[in-house]
Write a protein that binds this ligand. Structure first.
Ligand code: ADP
Ligand code: MN
Length: 498
Protein backbone atom coordinates (compact mmCIF):
# COMPACT_ATOMS: atom_id res chain seq x y z
CA UNK A 1 0.00 0.00 0.00
CA UNK A 2 1.01 3.63 0.02
CA UNK A 3 3.73 4.56 -0.56
CA UNK A 4 5.37 1.14 -1.01
CA UNK A 5 2.91 -1.04 -2.89
CA UNK A 6 1.27 -0.25 -6.16
CA UNK A 7 -2.17 1.25 -5.98
CA UNK A 8 -4.02 -1.32 -8.08
CA UNK A 9 -2.97 -4.23 -5.88
CA UNK A 10 -5.24 -2.84 -3.24
CA UNK A 11 -5.27 -5.08 -0.15
CA UNK A 12 -8.53 -6.16 1.35
CA UNK A 13 -8.17 -3.87 4.35
CA UNK A 14 -8.49 -0.80 2.15
CA UNK A 15 -11.81 0.81 2.69
CA UNK A 16 -13.73 1.80 -0.40
CA UNK A 17 -15.56 5.03 0.03
CA UNK A 18 -17.46 6.00 -3.05
CA UNK A 19 -20.80 7.23 -1.86
CA UNK A 20 -21.31 10.88 -1.06
CA UNK A 21 -22.85 9.92 2.27
CA UNK A 22 -19.67 8.19 3.34
CA UNK A 23 -17.54 11.15 2.46
CA UNK A 24 -19.90 13.45 4.25
CA UNK A 25 -19.97 11.40 7.40
CA UNK A 26 -16.22 11.17 7.45
CA UNK A 27 -15.99 14.90 7.17
CA UNK A 28 -18.49 15.27 9.90
CA UNK A 29 -16.43 12.98 12.08
CA UNK A 30 -13.38 15.10 11.42
CA UNK A 31 -15.18 18.27 12.32
CA UNK A 32 -16.43 16.70 15.51
CA UNK A 33 -12.91 15.60 16.20
CA UNK A 34 -11.54 19.12 15.87
CA UNK A 35 -14.33 20.43 18.00
CA UNK A 36 -13.49 17.95 20.71
CA UNK A 37 -9.84 18.82 20.66
CA UNK A 38 -10.60 22.48 21.00
CA UNK A 39 -12.67 21.83 24.05
CA UNK A 40 -10.34 19.21 25.48
CA UNK A 41 -7.23 21.33 25.59
CA UNK A 42 -8.18 24.08 27.98
CA UNK A 43 -9.17 21.35 30.39
CA UNK A 44 -5.75 19.73 30.21
CA UNK A 45 -4.02 23.02 30.80
CA UNK A 46 -6.24 23.74 33.75
CA UNK A 47 -5.51 20.34 35.22
CA UNK A 48 -1.80 21.08 34.94
CA UNK A 49 -2.14 23.79 37.52
CA UNK A 50 -2.22 21.21 40.25
CA UNK A 51 -0.31 21.11 43.48
CA UNK A 52 2.82 19.91 41.77
CA UNK A 53 3.54 23.13 39.96
CA UNK A 54 6.29 24.89 41.79
CA UNK A 55 8.48 27.76 40.80
CA UNK A 56 10.87 25.40 39.10
CA UNK A 57 8.59 23.52 36.86
CA UNK A 58 5.95 25.98 35.88
CA UNK A 59 7.80 26.65 32.64
CA UNK A 60 8.41 23.06 31.81
CA UNK A 61 4.80 22.14 32.40
CA UNK A 62 3.62 24.75 30.00
CA UNK A 63 6.44 23.75 27.66
CA UNK A 64 5.04 20.28 27.71
CA UNK A 65 1.54 21.44 26.96
CA UNK A 66 2.89 23.70 24.27
CA UNK A 67 4.89 20.88 22.77
CA UNK A 68 1.87 18.64 22.79
CA UNK A 69 -0.23 21.28 21.14
CA UNK A 70 2.44 21.86 18.52
CA UNK A 71 2.61 18.14 17.96
CA UNK A 72 -1.09 18.03 17.43
CA UNK A 73 -0.88 20.90 15.01
CA UNK A 74 1.92 19.14 13.21
CA UNK A 75 -0.14 15.96 13.02
CA UNK A 76 -3.04 17.89 11.66
CA UNK A 77 -0.90 19.43 8.94
CA UNK A 78 0.49 16.02 8.19
CA UNK A 79 -3.01 14.65 7.83
CA UNK A 80 -4.05 17.52 5.62
CA UNK A 81 -1.12 16.79 3.35
CA UNK A 82 -2.11 13.15 3.40
CA UNK A 83 -5.61 14.05 2.35
CA UNK A 84 -4.25 16.06 -0.55
CA UNK A 85 -2.10 13.11 -1.64
CA UNK A 86 -5.05 10.82 -1.29
CA UNK A 87 -7.15 13.05 -3.47
CA UNK A 88 -4.43 13.37 -6.07
CA UNK A 89 -3.98 9.63 -6.37
CA UNK A 90 -7.64 8.80 -6.39
CA UNK A 91 -8.68 11.56 -8.73
CA UNK A 92 -12.18 10.75 -9.91
CA UNK A 93 -11.55 7.07 -10.17
CA UNK A 94 -14.45 4.89 -9.06
CA UNK A 95 -12.27 2.79 -6.81
CA UNK A 96 -10.44 4.88 -4.31
CA UNK A 97 -7.55 4.20 -2.02
CA UNK A 98 -7.77 5.23 1.57
CA UNK A 99 -4.82 6.59 3.49
CA UNK A 100 -6.78 6.23 6.68
CA UNK A 101 -4.18 4.10 8.34
CA UNK A 102 -1.47 6.68 7.85
CA UNK A 103 -3.34 9.42 9.57
CA UNK A 104 -2.09 10.78 12.86
CA UNK A 105 -5.37 12.05 14.16
CA UNK A 106 -7.96 9.35 13.91
CA UNK A 107 -11.57 10.40 14.13
CA UNK A 108 -12.55 7.22 15.95
CA UNK A 109 -9.54 7.65 18.13
CA UNK A 110 -10.52 10.81 19.83
CA UNK A 111 -12.89 9.62 22.47
CA UNK A 112 -11.48 9.27 25.91
CA UNK A 113 -12.21 5.57 26.15
CA UNK A 114 -9.52 4.98 23.56
CA UNK A 115 -7.10 6.98 25.61
CA UNK A 116 -7.93 4.96 28.64
CA UNK A 117 -6.75 1.76 27.04
CA UNK A 118 -4.03 0.21 29.05
CA UNK A 119 -0.55 0.69 27.74
CA UNK A 120 1.12 -2.30 29.28
CA UNK A 121 -0.11 -4.79 26.81
CA UNK A 122 1.91 -3.81 23.79
CA UNK A 123 5.51 -3.99 22.81
CA UNK A 124 6.59 -0.46 23.59
CA UNK A 125 5.69 0.13 27.15
CA UNK A 126 6.46 3.78 27.75
CA UNK A 127 7.12 3.07 31.39
CA UNK A 128 9.59 0.27 30.89
CA UNK A 129 13.14 1.20 31.80
CA UNK A 130 15.23 2.36 28.88
CA UNK A 131 18.27 0.29 28.14
CA UNK A 132 20.97 1.42 27.87
CA UNK A 133 20.76 4.64 29.84
CA UNK A 134 22.77 7.50 28.42
CA UNK A 135 23.63 8.98 31.78
CA UNK A 136 24.81 6.61 34.47
CA UNK A 137 22.51 6.34 37.43
CA UNK A 138 24.88 8.25 39.63
CA UNK A 139 24.02 11.12 37.32
CA UNK A 140 27.31 12.59 36.14
CA UNK A 141 30.12 12.01 33.69
CA UNK A 142 33.74 13.10 34.05
CA UNK A 143 35.98 13.93 36.96
CA UNK A 144 36.79 16.82 39.26
CA UNK A 145 36.07 20.23 37.78
CA UNK A 146 35.06 18.74 34.45
CA UNK A 147 32.11 16.87 35.80
CA UNK A 148 29.16 17.21 33.51
CA UNK A 149 26.02 16.31 35.31
CA UNK A 150 22.88 15.25 33.60
CA UNK A 151 21.54 18.53 34.82
CA UNK A 152 23.83 20.76 32.74
CA UNK A 153 20.95 22.47 31.05
CA UNK A 154 22.41 23.75 27.81
CA UNK A 155 24.42 20.67 26.90
CA UNK A 156 21.63 18.45 27.97
CA UNK A 157 19.00 20.48 26.19
CA UNK A 158 20.81 20.21 22.88
CA UNK A 159 21.44 16.54 23.43
CA UNK A 160 17.79 16.01 24.17
CA UNK A 161 16.80 17.76 20.98
CA UNK A 162 19.13 15.54 18.99
CA UNK A 163 17.89 12.44 20.77
CA UNK A 164 14.33 13.41 20.13
CA UNK A 165 14.83 12.42 16.50
CA UNK A 166 15.48 8.88 17.55
CA UNK A 167 12.35 8.31 19.57
CA UNK A 168 10.84 6.11 16.98
CA UNK A 169 11.42 5.83 13.27
CA UNK A 170 7.88 6.76 12.34
CA UNK A 171 7.53 9.60 14.76
CA UNK A 172 7.51 12.98 13.03
CA UNK A 173 9.25 15.56 15.14
CA UNK A 174 9.30 18.47 12.73
CA UNK A 175 12.41 20.41 11.84
CA UNK A 176 13.55 22.29 14.88
CA UNK A 177 17.06 20.98 14.47
CA UNK A 178 18.51 24.06 12.80
CA UNK A 179 17.19 26.28 15.58
CA UNK A 180 19.55 25.31 18.40
CA UNK A 181 16.53 24.09 20.26
CA UNK A 182 17.15 23.10 23.86
CA UNK A 183 14.69 20.77 25.50
CA UNK A 184 14.64 20.42 29.24
CA UNK A 185 14.84 16.90 30.62
CA UNK A 186 11.28 16.98 31.78
CA UNK A 187 9.94 18.00 28.42
CA UNK A 188 12.23 15.55 26.70
CA UNK A 189 11.08 12.66 28.86
CA UNK A 190 7.47 13.59 28.50
CA UNK A 191 7.78 13.88 24.74
CA UNK A 192 9.63 10.61 24.55
CA UNK A 193 6.86 8.89 26.41
CA UNK A 194 4.38 10.56 24.19
CA UNK A 195 6.29 9.34 21.13
CA UNK A 196 6.27 5.78 22.38
CA UNK A 197 2.64 5.77 23.27
CA UNK A 198 1.81 7.37 19.92
CA UNK A 199 3.77 4.70 18.14
CA UNK A 200 2.04 2.01 20.07
CA UNK A 201 -1.32 3.57 19.60
CA UNK A 202 -0.65 3.76 15.93
CA UNK A 203 0.52 0.16 15.76
CA UNK A 204 -2.52 -0.97 17.65
CA UNK A 205 -4.88 0.88 15.39
CA UNK A 206 -3.24 -0.51 12.32
CA UNK A 207 -3.45 -4.00 13.66
CA UNK A 208 -6.97 -3.91 14.83
CA UNK A 209 -9.44 -1.10 14.83
CA UNK A 210 -11.90 -2.87 17.01
CA UNK A 211 -10.42 -3.68 20.34
CA UNK A 212 -11.62 -4.05 23.83
CA UNK A 213 -10.98 -1.40 26.41
CA UNK A 214 -10.39 -3.88 29.18
CA UNK A 215 -7.78 -1.92 31.04
CA UNK A 216 -8.86 1.48 32.09
CA UNK A 217 -6.67 2.15 35.06
CA UNK A 218 -4.44 4.67 33.44
CA UNK A 219 -6.61 7.25 31.83
CA UNK A 220 -5.24 10.55 30.55
CA UNK A 221 -5.86 12.29 33.85
CA UNK A 222 -3.93 9.63 35.73
CA UNK A 223 -1.13 9.88 33.22
CA UNK A 224 -1.01 13.60 33.78
CA UNK A 225 -0.83 13.02 37.53
CA UNK A 226 2.10 10.68 37.02
CA UNK A 227 3.78 13.13 34.62
CA UNK A 228 3.53 15.78 37.26
CA UNK A 229 5.15 13.60 39.86
CA UNK A 230 8.10 13.13 37.51
CA UNK A 231 8.06 16.76 36.36
CA UNK A 232 8.15 18.05 39.90
CA UNK A 233 11.24 15.94 40.53
CA UNK A 234 9.54 13.95 43.26
CA UNK A 235 10.02 10.81 41.21
CA UNK A 236 12.98 10.32 38.94
CA UNK A 237 11.55 7.78 36.55
CA UNK A 238 8.64 5.43 36.44
CA UNK A 239 10.22 2.25 35.22
CA UNK A 240 7.41 -0.20 34.73
CA UNK A 241 4.39 -2.04 35.92
CA UNK A 242 4.73 -4.52 38.77
CA UNK A 243 1.18 -5.74 38.93
CA UNK A 244 -2.18 -5.33 37.28
CA UNK A 245 -5.00 -6.42 39.47
CA UNK A 246 -8.73 -6.09 39.26
CA UNK A 247 -8.78 -2.98 41.36
CA UNK A 248 -5.36 -1.47 41.00
CA UNK A 249 -2.24 -1.20 38.91
CA UNK A 250 1.10 -0.96 40.67
CA UNK A 251 4.16 0.68 39.13
CA UNK A 252 7.77 0.83 40.18
CA UNK A 253 9.56 4.17 40.23
CA UNK A 254 12.90 5.55 41.29
CA UNK A 255 12.50 8.26 43.87
CA UNK A 256 13.55 11.79 43.06
CA UNK A 257 14.52 14.79 45.11
CA UNK A 258 13.57 15.27 48.70
CA UNK A 259 11.53 18.35 49.58
CA UNK A 260 11.76 20.34 52.82
CA UNK A 261 9.27 18.10 54.56
CA UNK A 262 9.75 14.84 52.76
CA UNK A 263 12.45 12.33 52.04
CA UNK A 264 11.60 10.26 48.99
CA UNK A 265 12.64 6.61 49.27
CA UNK A 266 15.15 5.53 46.61
CA UNK A 267 12.57 3.17 45.15
CA UNK A 268 8.82 3.67 45.20
CA UNK A 269 5.69 1.72 44.41
CA UNK A 270 2.84 3.65 42.83
CA UNK A 271 -0.57 2.13 43.37
CA UNK A 272 -3.13 3.47 40.95
CA UNK A 273 -6.65 2.61 41.99
CA UNK A 274 -8.66 1.80 38.92
CA UNK A 275 -11.22 4.30 37.92
CA UNK A 276 -13.39 1.62 36.40
CA UNK A 277 -16.25 1.43 38.78
CA UNK A 278 -17.65 -2.05 38.33
CA UNK A 279 -14.97 -3.86 40.26
CA UNK A 280 -15.58 -1.80 43.32
CA UNK A 281 -19.24 -2.55 43.64
CA UNK A 282 -18.63 -5.74 45.55
CA UNK A 283 -16.35 -3.94 47.96
CA UNK A 284 -19.06 -1.57 49.07
CA UNK A 285 -19.53 -3.46 52.25
CA UNK A 286 -16.04 -2.64 53.49
CA UNK A 287 -16.34 1.07 53.20
CA UNK A 288 -20.06 1.65 53.41
CA UNK A 289 -20.24 0.28 56.92
CA UNK A 290 -16.99 1.76 58.07
CA UNK A 291 -18.20 4.52 60.35
CA UNK A 292 -15.06 6.56 59.58
CA UNK A 293 -16.39 6.97 56.07
CA UNK A 294 -20.07 6.61 56.67
CA UNK A 295 -21.03 10.26 56.66
CA UNK A 296 -19.14 10.88 53.51
CA UNK A 297 -20.24 7.81 51.65
CA UNK A 298 -23.80 8.79 50.89
CA UNK A 299 -22.90 12.10 49.29
CA UNK A 300 -20.13 10.86 47.07
CA UNK A 301 -19.97 10.03 43.42
CA UNK A 302 -18.25 6.80 42.39
CA UNK A 303 -15.04 8.55 41.35
CA UNK A 304 -14.70 10.01 44.81
CA UNK A 305 -15.35 6.65 46.38
CA UNK A 306 -12.39 5.25 44.50
CA UNK A 307 -10.25 8.05 45.86
CA UNK A 308 -11.48 7.03 49.24
CA UNK A 309 -9.99 3.58 48.78
CA UNK A 310 -6.65 5.18 48.17
CA UNK A 311 -7.15 7.44 51.15
CA UNK A 312 -8.08 4.50 53.30
CA UNK A 313 -4.97 2.61 52.29
CA UNK A 314 -2.88 5.64 53.17
CA UNK A 315 -4.43 6.05 56.62
CA UNK A 316 -4.17 2.37 57.39
CA UNK A 317 -0.53 2.20 56.29
CA UNK A 318 0.25 5.19 58.46
CA UNK A 319 -1.31 3.53 61.49
CA UNK A 320 0.70 0.40 60.83
CA UNK A 321 3.87 2.38 60.35
CA UNK A 322 3.30 4.07 63.68
CA UNK A 323 2.90 0.71 65.37
CA UNK A 324 6.16 -0.48 63.84
CA UNK A 325 4.59 -3.13 61.64
CA UNK A 326 6.74 -3.77 58.55
CA UNK A 327 4.78 -2.27 55.67
CA UNK A 328 5.27 0.25 52.85
CA UNK A 329 5.80 3.78 53.99
CA UNK A 330 3.43 6.36 52.54
CA UNK A 331 5.13 8.97 50.38
CA UNK A 332 2.19 10.89 48.96
CA UNK A 333 -1.43 10.53 47.98
CA UNK A 334 -2.82 12.34 44.95
CA UNK A 335 -6.41 11.58 44.18
CA UNK A 336 -6.56 7.85 43.38
CA UNK A 337 -2.79 7.47 43.15
CA UNK A 338 -0.84 6.37 46.21
CA UNK A 339 2.95 6.54 46.24
CA UNK A 340 4.70 4.45 48.87
CA UNK A 341 8.10 2.95 49.50
CA UNK A 342 8.98 -0.06 47.41
CA UNK A 343 9.38 -3.40 49.17
CA UNK A 344 12.10 -5.09 47.17
CA UNK A 345 15.27 -4.04 45.46
CA UNK A 346 16.52 -2.90 42.05
CA UNK A 347 13.04 -2.91 40.57
CA UNK A 348 12.43 -6.48 41.72
CA UNK A 349 9.52 -6.61 44.13
CA UNK A 350 9.85 -8.84 47.16
CA UNK A 351 8.15 -12.19 46.55
CA UNK A 352 4.75 -12.90 47.99
CA UNK A 353 4.72 -15.45 50.75
CA UNK A 354 2.91 -17.81 48.44
CA UNK A 355 5.76 -17.68 45.92
CA UNK A 356 8.72 -18.09 48.20
CA UNK A 357 10.13 -21.32 49.56
CA UNK A 358 11.23 -20.83 53.12
CA UNK A 359 13.29 -23.11 55.29
CA UNK A 360 11.42 -24.71 58.18
CA UNK A 361 13.09 -22.29 60.50
CA UNK A 362 12.09 -19.21 58.47
CA UNK A 363 8.59 -20.58 58.09
CA UNK A 364 8.21 -20.80 61.83
CA UNK A 365 9.74 -17.37 62.27
CA UNK A 366 7.34 -15.93 59.71
CA UNK A 367 4.41 -17.52 61.51
CA UNK A 368 5.23 -16.00 64.88
CA UNK A 369 5.91 -12.67 63.26
CA UNK A 370 2.50 -12.71 61.61
CA UNK A 371 0.77 -13.73 64.83
CA UNK A 372 2.46 -10.76 66.43
CA UNK A 373 1.57 -8.39 63.62
CA UNK A 374 -2.07 -9.45 63.66
CA UNK A 375 -2.23 -8.67 67.36
CA UNK A 376 -0.51 -5.33 66.91
CA UNK A 377 -2.78 -4.51 64.01
CA UNK A 378 -5.84 -5.28 66.12
CA UNK A 379 -4.77 -3.75 69.40
CA UNK A 380 -2.49 -0.88 68.47
CA UNK A 381 -3.83 0.08 65.08
CA UNK A 382 -7.42 -0.88 65.82
CA UNK A 383 -7.56 -2.59 62.46
CA UNK A 384 -8.44 -5.90 60.85
CA UNK A 385 -6.58 -6.47 57.60
CA UNK A 386 -9.61 -8.10 55.95
CA UNK A 387 -7.66 -9.50 53.02
CA UNK A 388 -4.82 -11.19 54.81
CA UNK A 389 -3.32 -14.17 53.04
CA UNK A 390 -0.07 -15.36 51.52
CA UNK A 391 -0.94 -13.11 48.55
CA UNK A 392 -0.68 -9.91 50.54
CA UNK A 393 2.40 -10.67 52.56
CA UNK A 394 5.83 -10.12 51.09
CA UNK A 395 9.05 -11.75 52.23
CA UNK A 396 11.84 -9.21 52.33
CA UNK A 397 14.95 -8.74 54.43
CA UNK A 398 14.25 -11.92 56.36
CA UNK A 399 10.81 -10.86 57.50
CA UNK A 400 7.19 -10.56 56.48
CA UNK A 401 5.78 -7.25 55.23
CA UNK A 402 2.07 -6.54 55.13
CA UNK A 403 0.63 -4.79 52.08
CA UNK A 404 -2.74 -4.10 50.46
CA UNK A 405 -4.69 -2.54 53.29
CA UNK A 406 -7.18 -0.38 51.40
CA UNK A 407 -9.99 -2.67 52.54
CA UNK A 408 -8.87 -2.95 56.15
CA UNK A 409 -11.49 -2.00 58.70
CA UNK A 410 -11.76 -1.36 62.38
CA UNK A 411 -12.79 -4.35 64.51
CA UNK A 412 -16.12 -2.69 65.29
CA UNK A 413 -17.03 -2.59 61.62
CA UNK A 414 -20.33 -4.51 61.32
CA UNK A 415 -18.45 -7.36 59.66
CA UNK A 416 -15.06 -6.71 61.23
CA UNK A 417 -14.93 -9.91 63.24
CA UNK A 418 -16.01 -12.01 60.30
CA UNK A 419 -13.21 -10.50 58.27
CA UNK A 420 -10.81 -11.25 61.09
CA UNK A 421 -11.96 -14.84 61.21
CA UNK A 422 -11.41 -15.19 57.49
CA UNK A 423 -7.92 -13.73 57.86
CA UNK A 424 -7.21 -16.21 60.63
CA UNK A 425 -8.43 -19.09 58.51
CA UNK A 426 -6.11 -18.09 55.65
CA UNK A 427 -3.12 -17.72 57.92
CA UNK A 428 -3.72 -20.94 59.84
CA UNK A 429 -4.25 -23.01 56.74
CA UNK A 430 -1.18 -21.59 55.04
CA UNK A 431 1.11 -22.36 57.94
CA UNK A 432 -0.44 -25.68 58.83
CA UNK A 433 0.02 -26.80 55.23
CA UNK A 434 3.48 -25.28 55.34
CA UNK A 435 4.42 -27.68 58.12
CA UNK A 436 4.50 -25.33 61.10
CA UNK A 437 3.44 -27.65 63.89
CA UNK A 438 3.01 -24.79 66.34
CA UNK A 439 0.48 -23.00 64.15
CA UNK A 440 -2.81 -22.41 65.99
CA UNK A 441 -5.99 -23.40 64.27
CA UNK A 442 -8.18 -20.58 62.99
CA UNK A 443 -10.38 -20.42 66.09
CA UNK A 444 -7.43 -20.35 68.47
CA UNK A 445 -5.77 -17.73 66.32
CA UNK A 446 -8.91 -15.61 66.31
CA UNK A 447 -9.04 -15.62 70.09
CA UNK A 448 -5.33 -14.97 70.37
CA UNK A 449 -5.57 -11.93 68.11
CA UNK A 450 -8.80 -10.46 69.37
CA UNK A 451 -8.43 -11.34 73.06
CA UNK A 452 -11.99 -12.66 72.89
CA UNK A 453 -12.82 -16.01 74.30
CA UNK A 454 -15.17 -17.73 71.93
CA UNK A 455 -15.42 -21.31 73.05
CA UNK A 456 -17.30 -22.99 70.22
CA UNK A 457 -15.29 -26.00 69.10
CA UNK A 458 -16.51 -26.10 65.53
CA UNK A 459 -16.43 -23.66 62.72
CA UNK A 460 -20.20 -23.23 62.29
CA UNK A 461 -20.90 -22.43 65.93
CA UNK A 462 -17.85 -20.22 66.11
CA UNK A 463 -19.01 -18.24 63.12
CA UNK A 464 -22.49 -17.94 64.66
CA UNK A 465 -21.04 -16.53 67.86
CA UNK A 466 -19.00 -14.02 65.91
CA UNK A 467 -22.09 -12.84 64.10
CA UNK A 468 -24.00 -12.61 67.36
CA UNK A 469 -21.27 -10.38 68.77
CA UNK A 470 -21.37 -8.17 65.74
CA UNK A 471 -25.10 -7.87 66.00
CA UNK A 472 -24.90 -7.03 69.67
CA UNK A 473 -22.46 -4.29 68.89
CA UNK A 474 -24.66 -2.88 66.13
CA UNK A 475 -27.66 -2.86 68.45
CA UNK A 476 -25.60 -1.04 70.98
CA UNK A 477 -24.71 1.54 68.35
CA UNK A 478 -28.38 1.92 67.48
CA UNK A 479 -29.28 2.49 71.11
CA UNK A 480 -26.33 4.47 72.34
CA UNK A 481 -24.92 5.96 69.16
CA UNK A 482 -21.50 4.69 70.02
CA UNK A 483 -19.43 1.62 69.40
CA UNK A 484 -18.28 -0.80 72.03
CA UNK A 485 -14.64 -1.44 72.38
CA UNK A 486 -13.93 -4.72 70.65
CA UNK A 487 -10.54 -5.23 72.12
CA UNK A 488 -9.58 -5.57 75.74
CA UNK A 489 -7.05 -3.11 77.06
CA UNK A 490 -4.25 -4.78 78.97
CA UNK A 491 -5.97 -7.94 80.03
CA UNK A 492 -9.33 -6.43 80.93
CA UNK A 493 -12.16 -8.67 79.87
CA UNK A 494 -13.95 -7.55 76.74
CA UNK A 495 -16.72 -5.13 77.61
CA UNK A 496 -19.54 -7.17 76.16
CA UNK A 497 -18.36 -10.51 77.53
CA UNK A 498 -21.10 -10.87 80.11
P1 ADP B 1 -4.20 -5.51 44.69
O1 ADP B 1 -5.42 -4.90 45.27
O2 ADP B 1 -4.13 -5.41 43.22
O3 ADP B 1 -3.95 -6.91 45.20
P2 ADP B 1 -1.75 -4.85 46.10
O4 ADP B 1 -1.57 -3.69 47.01
O5 ADP B 1 -1.79 -6.21 46.71
O6 ADP B 1 -3.02 -4.57 45.21
O7 ADP B 1 -0.58 -4.80 45.05
C1 ADP B 1 -0.48 -5.75 44.01
C2 ADP B 1 0.92 -6.31 43.92
O8 ADP B 1 1.84 -5.26 43.69
C3 ADP B 1 1.39 -6.96 45.19
O9 ADP B 1 1.03 -8.30 45.22
C4 ADP B 1 2.87 -6.79 45.15
O10 ADP B 1 3.45 -7.79 44.36
C5 ADP B 1 3.02 -5.47 44.41
N1 ADP B 1 3.20 -4.37 45.37
C6 ADP B 1 2.25 -3.57 45.89
N2 ADP B 1 2.76 -2.65 46.72
C7 ADP B 1 4.09 -2.87 46.72
C8 ADP B 1 5.21 -2.25 47.39
N3 ADP B 1 5.04 -1.22 48.20
N4 ADP B 1 6.43 -2.74 47.14
C9 ADP B 1 6.61 -3.79 46.31
N5 ADP B 1 5.62 -4.40 45.67
C10 ADP B 1 4.38 -3.96 45.86
MN1 MN C 1 -3.13 -7.76 46.84
Amino acid sequence: MWPGKCPWGAPSTTSISCSLADVMSEQLAKELQLEEERTAFPEVVAAAEGPFITGENIDTSSDLMLAQMLQMEFDREYDAQLRREEKKINGDSKVSISFENYRKVHPYDSDSSEDEVDWQDTRHDPYRADKPTTTPRRGFIGKGKDITTKHDEVVCGRKNTARMENFAPEFQVGDGIGMDLKLSNQVFNALKQHAYSEERRSARLHEKKEHSTAEKAVDPKTRLLLYKMVNSGMLETITGCISTGKESVVFHAYGGNATEDKVIPPECAIKVFKTTLNEFKNRDKYIKDDYRFKDRFSKLNPRKIIRMWAEKEMHNLTRMQNAGIPCPQVVILKKHVLVMSFIGQDQVPAPKLKDVTLSNEDMKKAYYQILNMMQQLYRECNLVHADLSEYNMLWHDGKVWLIDVSQSVEPTHPHGLEFLFRDCRNVSQFFQKGGVAEALNERELFNAVSGLNITADNEVDFQAEIEALEKMNEDHVQNHGKKLSMFPSDGDPPIYDE
